[in-house]
Design a protein around this ligand. Structure first.
Ligand code: ADP
Ligand code: MG
Length: 616
């Protein structure tokens, strides 16, 4: 407990003692009034601040009013006990919220503040924020990795679960990337720092989780709106009851149950807990709003390359059209042109060229033609690598591919306006994608679609294999946005799943943009609303399950925690079944219920795809 909290506890203790002394007639009335004033003081302060700064009426206003009215109506003992109970309740709630926040931090963990840095012949203990990019950090068995970097020597097994949620440790050796926040289970690594401490993926996750609370979900805004709308209604109601009954005790009792403040409490805690739970599974949700939207999504659009497929295509075959060109020459030109592209296809061309032992030169000029290919100047030649559409745009005739298998991605290579040949690519479908799509259907997704820049034949074959309902092919990045918008115009809530390559605009346009495998690419992490740290598609199911649970918990909180208890309380008060003290005690119920119900989310087990398949 902090000093503030101790002070608060002491204050409540003193007020409580004086109230009971008055009750046993040990001290006279003025003592009680002073104690009540001392108990009310912080409440009044909060109430005034809320009212003037945020134009918000919280529980404090209701408690202050209830106590003041009780005093004026000479219900001294009832008013004072009510106040003490409320003070205790608020105190417990604050302690619990402190604990919830602390346990969220503990769940995600932290990185060390200092690290061993190799400088010259010595190893120095350096504060993490002072470690420069390019410096080498020594990490031993049992240590948490303090930086994002590349292993320069040593090897070891690294538990990546704090970042990615994967339970199996990964073997890391020279050249592998390691992330801050992961733990070296065995072995020792020398890690060359690649990013300043403030920019690591881990730092970003912490930042996002902390700010996620500020991104209010629509239900939360609705609850706030309802609360502000209810307040005048409540006052008119209370005034009417008073004019009819002239019963101060009744008004005091009713005030306890008409405070709409729990409406505001019912959602934020759920959101914090759900976001923390998701983070532990390697799913980063950037705000409560996206949890709610994800729970409501009914259409999911998938990008193809890197999402439905593993995004590591291979050059399956090369066909030459130009008799004067060899396969090697075509590959060399294409690889040089693709060298600066980050597209998976570019990587495939480069891999093929390297394995053929070719020397890939640096292009003199280079331009990405989004979703169609690349153009570059290589060895003085103007080289174009791209699909048939791109060829058409530049006035070249794509040679007929009659008799070829039409279900592989085809790219043409042209140099100085001559089409030299074509490369055929095979991309492997992600394992488990078919099962995931089937499960998503059971989880309430009405339609799944694929949006791809690839041509129709490939798109339809893959679409049929993975089991999506609809295939949109030959799309440019902006066409993917158009498809998403069309689906939204039909009244659907759309999630878009992609890898951030050529689909970032669509990720942004969708109600929820989900990026996969972002532990690798910072760009995708920034573009997405929900970021999956690994590229296991099953995580989409887990994200949806957490979102649905959170949304359901909020509804439970609002309906049972707030609605039912308050309505029952008002009825019981009107029927004179309970007085102010019982009211204050019962009132603790929903507070506790809302709290327990929300915090439960931190520890729920989310079924993984493997569990579900086992269940059948
Ligand atoms: P997807 O929608 O399947 O993820 P993209 O939109 O990233 O695919 O790309 C669509 C098409 O554009 C590819 O199938 C390919 O024909 C072409 N293309 C994109 N980038 C490149 C590149 N760097 N080199 C050659 N072709 C490319
Ligand atoms: Mg893509």
């Amino acid at each position: 407990m902090t000093r503030e909290r101790w002070f608060e506890a002491a204050r409540i203790g003193v007020v409580g003692t004086i109230v009971s002394l008055y009750y046993f007639r040990v001290v006279p009335l003025p003592f009680l009034l002073v104690a009540v004033a001392a108990g009310l003081y912080p409440l009044v302060k909060t109430a005034v601040v809320d009212l003037y700064r945020e134009h918000r009426i919280g529980t404090e206003v209701f408690v202050t009013l209830a106590t003041t009215i009780a005093m004026i109506g000479r219900e001294y003992v009832a008013g004072a006990i009510l106040l003490v109970i409320i003070l205790i309740a608020e105190f417990i709630a604050e302690l619990n919220t402190d604990r919830a926040r602390a346990s969220i931090k503990a769940l995600i963990g932290s990185v060390p503040q200092v690290a061993l840095v190799r400088r010259g012949q010595t190893e120095e203990s350096i504060r993490v924020e002072d470690i420069g990019v390019g410096e080498v950090v020594v990490v031993r068995t049992g240590d948490r990795v303090p930086v994002d970097g590349i292993v320069r020597s040593g090897e070891g097994s690294v538990d990546q679960s704090p970042i990615t949620g994967e339970s199996m440790p990964q073997e890391k050796a020279v050249g592998d990337t390691v992330l801050a926040g992961t733990i070296v289970d065995s072995g020792a690594l020398d890690v060359e720092t690649q990013k300043p401490a403030a920019d690591t993926i881990f730092a970003r996750i912490i930042q996002l989780v902390e700010h996620a609370e500020e991104q209010k979900a629509p239900v939360q805004k609705l609850a706030d709106r309802v609360a502000s709308w209810l307040i005048p209604v409540v006052f008119v109601f209370l005034l009417t009851v008073f004019l009819i009954t002239r019963d101060v005790r009744l008004i005091v009792t009713l005030l306890i149950f008409t405070s709409p403040a729990e409406l505001g409490l019912a959602t934020p805690l759920v959101m914090i807990a759900a976001i923390a739970r998701a983070a532990r599974a390697g799913i980063l949700v950037k705000g409560g709003v996206f949890l709610e939207l994800l729970a409501k999504v009914d259409v999911i659009a998938f990008d193809k390359t890197g999402t439905l497929t593993i995004g590591q295509p291979e050059v399956a075959r090369i066909r030459l059209f130009d008799p004067g060109t060899t396969e090697e020459e075509l590959l060399r030109l294409a690889a040089a042109a693709e060298r600066r592209s980050s597209h998976p296809i570019a990587a495939a061309v480069l891999r093929r060229a390297r394995s053929a032992g070719l020397n890939v030169s640096e292009p003199a000029e280079f331009a990405v033609l989004q979703g169609r290919g690349v153009r570059a100047k290589v060895e003085g030649k103007s080289v174009l690598v791209g699909n048939a559409a791109l060829l058409g745009e530049t006035g070249l005739q794509a040679p007929s591919l009659e008799g070829e298998t039409s279900d592989q991605t085809v790219l043409f290579v042209a140099a100085d306006s001559r089409v030299l040949g074509a490369m055929f690519f095979a991309d492997i479908i992600r394992p488990q994608i078919r099962a995931t799509i089937a499960r998503l259907k059971r989880a309430g997704i009405k339609r799944t679609v694929m949006v791809t820049g690839d041509h129709k034949a490939v798109a339809e074959r893959i679409g049929a294999e993975v089991g999506v309902d609809q295939v949109y092919s030959d799309l440019m990045p902006e066409d993917k946005v158009r498809v998403v918008r069309e689906l939204q115009a039909q009244g659907h809530r759309v999630a878009m799943v992609g890898d951030g390559v050529n689909d970032a605009p669509a990720l942004a346009a969708a109600d929820v943009g989900i990026a996969m495998g972002v532990a690798g690419t910072q760009a995708a992490l920034e573009a997405a609303d929900v970021a999956l740290m690994t590229d296991e598609v099953g995580k989409i199911l887990e994200a949806r399950a957490i979102a649905s649970r959170a949304y359901r918990t909020i509804q439970e909180n609002l309906i049972f925690g707030v609605g039912v208890v308050h309505v029952a309380g008002i009825v019981a008060a009107l029927l004179k079944l309970i007085g102010p003290i019982q009211a204050a005690l019962i009132h603790l119920g929903p507070d506790i219920l809302v709290f327990v119900n929300s915090i439960k989310l931190l520890h729920i087990r989310i079924p993984t795809l493997a569990d579900e398949i086992e269940k059948g």
